[in-house]
Each structure stands twice: as C-alpha cells, then as structure tokens.
Design a protein around this ligand. Structure first.
Ligand code: NAP
Length: 247
C-alpha cells in the first residue's frame, strides 16, 4: 500500500516537500492549510483546508485518513498548531517530525535587540526610533496600536487585521526581496528601526542585510520553543532521510 504522508503547511518548505514527495511513485501526499491566505497558490498532491478542531481533531483525522507519517512544516511562529501536532502524534501513535528552517544569526555589525513577544517589541520600540518598518505579519499589530506617536510602515501579503496603530502605511507584497529593494524602501520611508520575527530563511533575509548596511537597529522577536520531545529537521532533505527515502 502507498504510504500516506500529511504535511501541515503554510510555508515555502512545505510546498517544496509536497512537490518532492508527490513526484515519488507510490507516495500519497496531502498538504493541510489553515485557510488564512485567499490565494495560496498551486500545491502538488492533495490539499485540505481549515482547522482540525484541536489536537484531538487532528489525531482523529490521522486515523480516519490512514496517515502513516506526518510532517509539521508550519511557520516557526505558528505555536498552537505545532503544540497540537505534538499532542496528536502522541495520542494517535502516528510518527511525526517538525520541519523547521534555522533561525537567522546576527553578524558582528548587526544592531539587534532580541525580545520574546510582539508586546515586548512594542515596549522596546520607542527607544530605537520613531519611524518603524514592521514585517511581523498582518496579525498581531494590535500590540503596537497604542504607540500613537510613532509612524509605522507595515508590509504584509494580505491587508493587516485591525486594530492597527493610527499612523500606519501598508505595503502589500510577497517575498523574496532583494537587498537593493530593501535598502531603497528603508531610505524612501525614512525608517529608523526595523521590527521582525526570527522567521529565518532566504526569502525575507535581505531586510536584515539592508538594515546592517544602513546601521539601523532591528528589534527581533525570538521564536517560541518547540514542544518538549519532538524531533526536528532543518530542511526537506532531513525529512526525506527521516522518512527513510533517498534525497
Ligand atoms: P496557529 O496560531 O499555530 O494555529 C491556530 C489554529 O489554526 C490551529 O489551532 C489550527 O486549528 C489551525 N491551523 C494552523 N495551521 C494549520 C494547518 N497547516 N492546517 C490546518 N489547520 C491549521 O497558526 P497561525 O500562526 O495562525 O498560522 C496559520 C498558518 O499560517 C500556519 O499553517 C502557518 O504555517 C502559516 N503561517 C504563519 C505565520 C506566522 O507568523 N504565524 C507566517 C506565515 C505562515 P485547529 O485547532 O482547529 O486544528
């Protein structure tokens, strides 16, 4: 029987993994999306959309759909689904692995200020500047909404969810971005501080290089820790090895 692999998706790595697995003869692959993005783009293999109804719902789905192994390839900041995945693996007995791209590492010339939440980023922000470039995603901007004296430039794929700070300009764009583009943006909007989550990956790293070259401070929100006891691999090759497939 063909093995059925479920991928919890929403990232570039999940898309890449689906393509690699779907191209392998005899493997059935299903990607699960939360349904937050209106046009998620084509994915290889089967796709299902929407929440499972918590860890118990996911465990039930794994059993009903005869899933043999599943990969949590969600975003490093998608904390709830990652906790649910770990619980569902334990409850169902289906093997699971987390595909988590490595976080960014600072260069000696970087002016990073590390914080553990968006709220802590908002607390720190006024110390560093008055015109902030926010690249923390379209959700969670309420953490900055009380900063009425600051000017924000927010970049997200889809329009941000209110409440947002009163002085906010929105730029709708999807990476990858180049260092030249990011440098132009930081200069054009007179940005004096950048705020980012430590999402990792190449597609959105150029802003960090641009900030370094311009000598700008960066408030970096650290990743939430992985649930205890879960196995994690850094890339698609690691998942293939974990599944016992040759890359
Ligand atoms: P979250 O807070 O961890 O999850 C909230 C709920 O959404 C989960 O409890 C689950 O609902 C549902 N869900 C999340 N991911 C799912 C998936 N792949 N398939 C089915 N249901 C899913 O997640 P989030 O931070 O809102 O992120 C939602 C999705 O966007 C994730 O798939 C993530 O990979 C992607 N994403 C997130 C970020 C970010 O910064 N957080 C950035 C880029 C992409 P039930 O409990 O009902 O199962």
């Amino acid at each position: 029987m063909s093995p059925h692999v479920l991928i919890l998706g929403g990232t570039a790595e999940a898309r890449e993994l689906a393509a690699v697995l779907a191209a392998r003869p005899g493997v059935r692959v299903t990607t699960s999306l939360a349904g937050r993005v209106t046009r998620p783009g084509a994915l290889a293999g089967d796709v299902r959309v929407g929440g499972f109804g918590g860890a118990a719902g996911l465990a039930g789905w794994l059993r009903e759909q005869h899933v043999d192994a599943f990969v949590d390839a969600t975003h490093p900041f998608a904390e709830t689904i990652t906790a649910n995945a770990a619980q569902a693996a334990a409850a169902s007995g289906v093997s699971a692995v987390v595909l988590r791209r490595p976080g960014w590492q600072p260069d000696p010339e970087d002016r990073w200020h590390l914080v553990t939440s968006l709220g802590a980023a908002a607390d720190a922000l006024p110390r560093f500047g008055s015109r902030a470039f926010l690249t923390t995603g379209r959700l969670g901007l309420s953490a900055f909404a009380h900063l009425t004296e600051m000017h924000f430039v927010v970049r997200s794929v889809e329009p941000p969810e209110p409440p947002v700070p009163p002085h906010t300009e929105v730029l709708l764009a999807r990476g990858p971005f180049t260092v030249a583009d990011e440098t132009t943006l930081l200069r054009e909007y007179l940005i004096d501080v950048l705020v980012t989550k430590d999402s990792g990956g190449e597609a959105t790293a150029a802003k960090l290089t641009a900030a370094r070259q311009l000598g700008l401070p960066v408030v970096v929100v650290r990743r939430p820790p992985l649930p205890r006891g879960v196995s994690a691999v850094p890339n698609v090759a690691g998942v293939l090895a974990w599944l016992g497939f040759n890359s």
